[in-house]
Design a protein around this ligand. Sequence first.
Ligand SMILES: Nc1ncnc2c1ncn2[C@@H]1O[C@H](COP(=O)(O)OP(=O)(O)OP(=O)(O)O)[C@@H](O)[C@H]1O
Ligand SMILES: [Mg+2]
Length: 204
Amino acid sequence: MEQQALSEALIAETPSPNGSAPSTRVPLGELEDGQRVQGVYAVRERELRRKEFDLAAMAEGIVGRFELQHDGHKFQLSFPDGFPRVYADPDKIEQVLTNLVENAVKYSDGGAVTVTGQVTDTEVEVAVRDQGVGIPADQLPLIFTKFYRRAGHGAPSGTGLGLFIARGLVEAHDGRIWADSSPDRGTTLRFRLPRGGLELAGIT
Ligand SMILES: Nc1ncnc2c1ncn2[C@@H]1O[C@H](COP(=O)(O)OP(=O)(O)OP(=O)(O)O)[C@@H](O)[C@H]1O
Ligand SMILES: [Mg+2]
């Protein structure tokens, strides 16, 4: 699919779940017709090197590394007891999570960066919340597109590829990634992966 058509298809907004006007939630994993965008990026499902690993421990490691390097931010980590192991490509998921934490640090002048794990019956979720500059609702769908960088907020260097790549990696896992933001109050980037059991590993 052409990138332009993809971008157009992604500019679909749904009301925020709690009805509050300033926050916009944009699910990006599906096209309007329900067709998944998986496969349009470099990494395809069959190229993943999946294995079972502890995503909560990975998050702790990433946060620990950022904590050493960034005095101005307060890092918080919260995963429930018994957070399940996931069956995914650890290198790819580490790349995704690192980019989200890096963005949270880069686009805020300090404050809290909170990494939270949640579990549903079918998925695991990791959310990275910051108290930074935020993203206006009309720009939210664009942040996952190639080379998109917001002008005019004094952002440090970057290529505008981080979230584009992250989205490709998450979707190769049949997961989804999206953003909520309230300008001036901060941004939450989150991704979900299907919960894989042994059956996903072909063991049962
Ligand atoms: N947590 C955030 N808060 C505010 N704006 C954000 C946040 N995350 C991303 N953005 C906006 O989305 C744009 C795209 O993010 P993305 O991670 O793809 O690229 P980047 O950080 O600019 O560069 P890089 O390729 O090095 O990651 C950013 O330039 C920024 O404008
Ligand atoms: Mg980035």
